[in-house]
Ligand binder design. Structure first.
Ligand code: HEC
Length: 114
């Protein structure tokens, strides 16, 4: 019985490890975000995060923001948005939303490890 409980816990832990768990954003993130992008707010970062969660697991699991460098996100986001819009056959993510998404990913990617 005991080892079964452990097994259940282990498989649950494994399952949740498949999709990146995104950290909650704080004022510290807003300040760090503003060093890269003027005018970033908690709202704009959260909008970017929502866009990421809602649109970017269409073809693969969500990647951890820290899995890519700022340079890579700058290249990847426009390329992935293009893939997404092509798949959906409409402009799900326009230029403004793409900026929000990128600002979120870049800001979250540089968060200090806890
Ligand atoms: C239409 C399918 C599709 C959608 C939607 C999509 N991706 Fe991807 N993604 C791929 C494929 C295919 C790859 C494999 C590498 C490649 O083709 O560049 C990939 C790879 C990646 C990688 C890893 C890049 C690397 O160097 O290995 C990241 C990070 C990523 N995607 C982020 C995103 C983000 C952010 C979004 C949302 C804007 C997104 N993806 C939406 C298909 C998609």
């Amino acid at each position: 019985m005991k080892s079964r409980t452990i097994l259940v816990f282990l498989s649950l832990a494994l399952m949740s490890a498949c999709n990146a768990k995104l950290m909650d954003l704080t004022q510290t993130d807003v300040e760090r975000g503003n060093t890269n992008y003027k005018g970033v707010t908690l709202e704009s970062l959260n909008e970017g995060k929502n866009l990421y969660q809602q649109n970017c697991s269409e073809c693969h699991n969500l990647k951890r923001p820290s899995s890519e460098t700022i340079e890579k996100w700058n290249k990847l986001v426009p390329a992935m948005v293009k893939k997404l819009n092509a798949k959906m056959e409409k402009e799900v993510i326009d230029g403004r939303k793409q900026d929000l998404l990128l600002q979120y990913l870049v800001t979250a990617s540089t968060a200090p490890k806890k």
